[in-house]
Ligand binder design. Structure first.
Ligand code: TMP
Length: 218
């Protein structure tokens, strides 16, 4: 049984997703909705350990693309069963900062792993638990690179293995997102993330509001 609403946020580094997840959650809560915010990889104690291994561990330099794919989806399998399904069954609105489109974009297009294999792994991780709506925030590759470089320089003790990839990798990731958006137009809404925070927030609300369950009205 599923009564809630599942919305995912996607985009390249520095597109402003995390800020927008928090702003949307605040607005929804102020209207009386029960809201759960999550991030991937992570979102559970096991998932946060996997996140550390994937991104910040000093032992992760030799990680292969296949190990990366499986760790992302191990974190996801745990998150789906431990948090997302129970929350949706309880009628909550779940907002996730990234979900399986990130795997298609980063491991599929970025690392150039076989897309059919990626799909099979994702199927194992999520089963029937699929987003109702996905907001893909776009920013130019230049803005994305600038924000990524800024983040790397302000967090010198928190190296991020994935953000260390080269420019070509991130160009392929963006191509991947564009391909996903083109193939799933009903679920994936593309929004320009380069305006002011308020402006992007307004555009997101215009897409989300019609999809909301009604609260407190009968
Ligand atoms: P972020 O939380 O700062 O966006 O960092 C998550 C990183 O993990 C980001 O570089 C994108 C990457 N990622 C993948 O490569 N595949 C995935 O399936 C997910 C969820 C994230």
């Amino acid at each position: 049984m599923r009564k809630g609403l599942f919305i995912t946020f996607e985009g390249s580094e520095g597109c402003g997703k995390s800020t927008q997840v928090e702003l949307l959650a605040r607005r929804l809560r102020s209207l009386g909705h029960r809201v759960r915010t999550l991030r991937e990889p992570g979102g559970t104690p096991i998932g946060e350990e996997i996140r550390h291994t994937l991104k910040h561990s000093h032992q992760n330099h030799a990680m292969t693309a296949e190990a990366e794919l499986l760790l992302m989806n191990a974190s996801r399998a745990q998150l789906v069963r431990e948090v997302i399904r129970p929350a949706l069954d309880a009628g909550e609105i779940v907002l996730s900062d990234r979900f399986y489109d990130s795997t298609t974009a980063y491991q599929g297009y970025g690392r150039e792993l076989d897309l059919q294999m990626i799909k099979t792994v994702i199927d194992v991780a999520v089963g029937e638990t699929r987003p109702d709506l996905t907001l893909f925030l776009t920013v130019s590759p230049e803005i994305s690179e600038m924000r990524r470089a800024m983040r790397q320089s302000t967090l010198p003790f928190m190296r991020d293995r994935i953000e260390e990839a080269d420019k070509k990798f991130f160009e392929r990731v963006i191509k991947g997102y564009e391909a996903i958006a083109a193939s799933e137009k009903r679920r994936v809404r593309v929004l320009d993330g380069s305006g002011s925070t308020e402006n992007v927030c307004t555009k997101i609300w215009e897409v989300v509001e019609p999809a909301l369950p009604k609260v407190g009205r009968w």
